[in-house]
Design a protein around this ligand. Sequence first.
Ligand code: CUA
Length: 463
Amino acid sequence: MPLHFRTLSRFIFDSPADLTNRPYCLFGPMTFKSHFSQLKRRALPCAIVASLPLFLGGWGNWNWLTGHQSTFDTKGPVAASQLDVFYVTLWVTGITFALVAGVLAYATLKYRAREGDDLKAVVPHQGHGNPLIELSLIGLSTVALVFIAVPTMKAIWYTYDVPADQKDIAYEVNAIGLQWWFKFEYPAEQIEDEGALVIANELVIPAGRPVRVNLRTSDVIHSFWVPKLAGKVDMIPNRGNHLWLQADEPGYFWGQCAEFCGESHSVMKFRVIALNETDFAAWVAHQKGAARTVAADAPIISEAAAPYTFVNPGRNAPGYTADFDADPFGNWRKQQNIDAGESPALIAQGRQLFQEKNCVTCHAVRGHEGMGVTGPSLTHIGSRTTIAAGLLENSKENLHRWIVHPEEVKPGNKMYVGVATGGGSVMAGYVNIDRATGKVASHNIKIDDPEARALVAYLHSLK
Ligand code: CUA
């Protein structure tokens, strides 16, 4: 017995009062003509419901095909192979859907109830079916599955590790997930008396070369994903996972933690910047160096920059300017230069505050006072395009906001609430949280506006 559109649509659009006042049943004879007139009356609400995803999902602007985190706009062989599997699956399942839905629609229309039908007619003889059709359908399903399985297995094999013939030119990095940022180690780049080069949140790689990424975590499960290059592979405690990726051309790519890992999971982002061999070598040499030092009495290099005005934009404010969004790679290059009109006196004051406010306990600034390893290394923080784990563009205004209002930028972050260091002890953050109420009990670190200006000047001088 056919399930009726009209009754279903009444289910969705009519008030319960309407339903009780009309003859109401889910199953029963009804003609196509009456369905159609019902549908016509419901056309507007149906159209509104059907178009909701367009407005809610922002699909109207087609950004999902080319946006920063689109998997349809691949820039390397691993992501391209993953996209190929998607298309093969889409075609096979799409054709299957069209065939099944077509036959269903044909049968529904051809054998629909018509006016004048004999409602008391005897139900026809119910046979076993047609063995030939059944066997053919099993055979076709198997063929369809093989069509999907072969390229899938090939892609799994290919994306698992750097191909054997390219192993000798592959570059290796370690990526470590922490709540809620990424630490990157370069085992090939050793610094005397210190060990491997360590940076945070912006992974710089050589373009046109396979890069093997060893995936680790210091706390919970995270997942490493650069939609245009490769992903996703989980970072699991006590398990050595890995993936490989390659950027065909120099460029700037968005990355994102893809496994729920706590309250700031959605804002645990990172960046991958691919450089040509020369630029990459220069970048490595510079990063291995100590932090830039500006003498307190050094002359101001160029004309003074316009002083920035800080107005706290509040919780969940956007972290980017349209200019950055349009050309992130160009902005990365600009970010390597010393800021115009930096003030040596302000920078010296900021360096002093960096110790007094206890930033040194958690952050390292190689060659200066900081040596903490709990938080991201800040040795060359001024040269990074983003702060707060890829969340905010590294502008003076944003850095000011991050330093003064970290809890509004990234809920639960350790800089604000402190971090458990084992054995029940806690390394203090900005505040002490009363464990019973979850409220702020007292403040350890408070930074006012003039102090933040000095700290921002210091951190931005660390190119
Ligand atoms: Cu880390 Cu989600």
